[in-house]
Design a protein around this ligand. Structure first.
Ligand SMILES: *Cc1c(COP(=O)(O)O)cnc(C)c1O
Length: 365
């Protein structure tokens, strides 16, 4: 049976159990910490497909704006009365919907901003842009300062577009860590633009969850006044160095799967070996006869490297598209066919199992 995200309270397995309380709590911890450093929090909802109940838990926790990379998710969250920020650079083909469902978008291409201006005129709206500057991570953003000035100059000529500020994104592509030094370049750029054009830039958006450690250490440079935070709220994880943020939960999402087979089998396959279901060649270590189980979930829903069994005696052997294979030989618990096995997830695991229609979602309030 396939249920859409909206219908998702009926329970079947595999099931994601989501604690709205824990998400709200994590949001409060992170928002409070940011407030001390004068930083507003745009709560990033893309990790859970912009699911409205989860987004509400973030709103209850005190976020200042909703941010997502997918327009479809922002559209789903239209009822929430907070500014909506589109994180991924807009597609020109979507300009009209961008203006409709997002108040602000991150931009680096003047052609796109021109298309947004046309769309905003047609809809009689004002659309705000944050101009992205690449500080070296080499994903999105204008790399060259002269080009930045050119884009500012051209944007100021456009009707119905206002420049809300400038921003940057780090760590996502090359792993470049936000520091006082590279963020100082962004603040310097802001001052130069303000002086050069006689305008005020309200927002200086200093990155994602990998910038949060500067707030924790209270060394965030003055002038950075917004962070866009997803993983640090959902999992309580700071992502520059990967530590757990004090006082947060790392288990607001839990995945529960059902066992459909338990058999004693050798650890080495029988027969001539070709490629597995995904086209890879596998290698095997002979550990003798082992107790193996199959859980009804697979790579179509989640990759095995993104999940950790709560029962630490379970070893994940592997997965194909619809089968997850576990070694339970060392387990103290007496698993049977029909028993449930639960897993802790990382950000990628939450993202893909939230996206899968085959995984039910249920909320623990
Ligand atoms: C995904 C994304 C974020 C949020 O990243 P987290 O690591 O989840 O905090 C922020 N900004 C941009 C541009 C993004 O694409």
């Amino acid at each position: 049976m396939i249920l859409s995200l909206g219908q998702a309270t009926r329970s079947y397995y595999p099931k994601l159990e989501i604690s709205l309380d824990k998400i709200c709590h994590n949001t409060e911890v992170v928002v409070r910490m940011c407030q001390r450093s004068g930083v507003h929090v745009a709560g990033v909802t893309k990790g859970f497909c912009g699911h409205a109940s989860i987004a509400r838990a973030m709103v209850d926790g005190g976020i200042d704006a909703i941010a997502d990379s997918r327009l479809a998710n922002l559209k789903r969250l239209g009822d929430i009365r907070l500014p909506k920020l589109l994180l991924r650079l807009p597609m020109i083909s979507q300009a009209s919907e961008v203006v409709e469902y997002a108040d602000i978008s991150l931009n680096s291409e003047i052609e796109t901003i021109r298309a947004l201006s046309v769309a905003a005129r047609l809809k009689n709206r004002i659309h705000q842009v944050i101009l992205m500057f690449d500080l070296g991570d080499l994903r999105e953003g204008i790399y060259d300062q002269a080009e930045m000035f050119h884009v500012v100059e051209e944007t100021l000529k456009l009707e119905r577009i206002s420049i809300a500020g400038i921003g940057t994104n780090l760590t996502c592509n090359s792993g470049v860590i936000p520091t006082k030094e590279n963020l100082a370049r962004l603040i310097e750029l802001k001052r130069t633009i303000e002086c050069g054009f006689g305008i005020a830039l309200g927002i200086v958006s200093g990155g994602n969850s990998s910038s949060l450690y500067l707030v924790e250490e209270q060394t965030m440079p003055d002038g950075i006044n917004q962070l866009r935070l997803g993983e640090s709220i959902i999992l309580g994880r700071e992502t520059a160095y990967g530590h757990q943020i004090k006082g947060t939960y790392d288990d607001s999402f839990k995945l529960i799967t059902e066992i459909i087979e338990i058999k004693d089998k050798p650890s080495i396959p029988t027969g001539k070996l070709g490629l597995d279901a995904i086209g890879n060649k596998s290698s095997f270590v002979d550990k003798g006869i082992r107790k193996r189980t199959i859980c009804a979930i697979g790579k179509q829903d989640i990759l095995p490297q993104n999940m950790v069994p709560d029962d630490r005696d379970i070893i994940i052997i592997g997965a194909s598209s619809d089968h997850l294979i576990l070694d339970i030989t060392e387990c103290h618990k007496a698993y049977q066919v029909g028993s449930l096995v639960s897993f802790h997830l990382n950000y990628g695991g939450i993202l893909s199992s939230m996206t899968s229609e085959y995984v039910s979602k249920s909320f623990i309030i």
